[in-house]
Design a protein around this ligand. Structure first.
Ligand SMILES: *Cc1c(COP(=O)(O)O)cnc(C)c1O
Length: 358
């Protein structure tokens, strides 16, 4: 598909842009452009435009506003030392986007169209990479039902949009260990539900338990399974790994209630290459507490595109608090984080073919 390019008529002045890029924060600064592609049933995807980032006009009856037919992805473009921009496993994002689309009764975006849209946006906004150490251009592809119709059925019209947000280090100084709160009264996903789809509603449902975590002095909430309220699933937006003293690592299996993270998948491979035995198997909250107390559990890490790899230091919940290891970043967590970040930023050899140079 041909993209029509409409450069921004009044782009952000360079001095203003560069000042913002020196301290971009996370999720508040946006580049000048966006990609939009329309879908109409029977006609398919059409009208691909790389244009100025601007408000979108929606009919008040647009299905997304009523029945939440919406999915998204989160990925980053990195600036390498040779000046090139690179994506990390973008075809995995494209594939997962369509898996989410299937669950939400939405049309597929062909994988090459998805990647081309991202590529076009990074190209036109190439001056929007943060100048700060650890910075990247966070990319947010998303799709929603735009048809004006209040009946309940899959919409016949959709919009696919990609926006870009320059991002600094998720954590301002180094990688502090986070304190997490075990959700007591809320679950994130049930068997047969939408837990494996990257859809806005999962996040909406996580806001109250996340606020509860903050009120309890924690950074993040961890969800247990909806049936037995016993098995650890994931954080609101990050997958978990448990590093044992015997050289094994456990991560919850993909049984449909957790999001299949691309960072998770990458870490499984990298940990195995380090000689560790990774097992995808259920791990209970009681076992977690017991293993942390006995010293059998050395480290716990949370992972996702935004914060990469984050050590979990303390866990609080109904049955009191426990600390993991020394309460700070563990050795394996630090080592594997460095390796992954190095591959993404082009300072460590990409032996897996994970990096796509743009
Ligand atoms: C996006 C997401 C993750 C992390 O996935 P990555 O592909 O590693 O960024 C984990 N959990 C949830 C709920 C998510 O939405």
């Amino acid at each position: 598909m041909d993209f029509k390019t409409l450069p921004h008529p009044s782009p952000t002045p360079a001095a203003q842009r560069d000042a913002a890029l020196a301290d971009p924060g996370f999720g508040t600064l946006f580049s000048d452009h966006m990609v939009t592609i329309d879908y109409v049933e029977g006609k398919g995807w059409h009208n691909a435009v790389v244009g100025p980032r601007q408000n979108i006009s929606l009919d008040p009856a647009a299905s997304v506003l009523h029945y939440a037919q919406e999915i998204f992805e989160g990925m980053k473009a990195y600036k390498h030392a040779d000046g090139s921009a690179a994506l990390f496993r973008p075809e995995e994002n494209a594939r997962r986007f369509n898996a989410s689309a299937d669950r939400m009764a939405m049309p597929h975006v062909p994988e090459d169209l998805f990647i081309e849209a991202v590529r076009q946006l990074v190209a036109i906004d190439k001056d929007w990479f943060p100048s700060v150490e650890g910075g990247s251009l966070y990319l947010r592809p998303f799709m929603f039902a735009s048809e004006a119709f209040l009946g309940v059925r899959p919409a016949k019209e959709y919009k696919f949009i990609v926006i870009a947000s320059p991002a600094g280090n998720y954590f301002k100084s180094g990688v502090p260990a986070v304190k997490i709160w075990v959700a007591q009264d809320y679950v994130r996903a049930a068997p047969g539900g939408t837990g494996a789809a990257k859809t806005g509603g999962n996040y909406a449902a996580s806001l109250v338990p996340q606020a509860e975590a903050i009120a309890q002095g924690c950074d993040q909430v961890v969800f247990l399974d909806a049936v037995e309220r016993k098995w650890i699933e994931e954080l609101g937006g990050m997958n978990l790994f448990f590093v044992m003293e015997d050289g094994s690592v456990i991560t919850p299996p993909l049984t449909g209630t957790i999001l299949p993270g691309i960072t998770r998948n990458s870490l499984i491979q990298l940990l195995r290459e380090e000689g560790l035995t990774v097992r995808e198997e259920p791990y209970s909250i009681d076992q977690w507490r017991d293993d942390a107390k006995s010293g059998k559990l050395l480290e716990t890490m949370a992972c996702g595109t935004a914060a990469v790899v984050t050590p979990v230091g303390t866990v609080a919940g109904g049955d009191g608090e426990f600390t993991i290891g020394s309460g700070g970043p563990g050795q394996i967590t630090s080592k594997i984080r460095e390796k992954l970040v190095g591959i993404q930023r082009g300072t460590v050899d990409d032996t897996h073919g994970w990096v796509m140079k743009l």
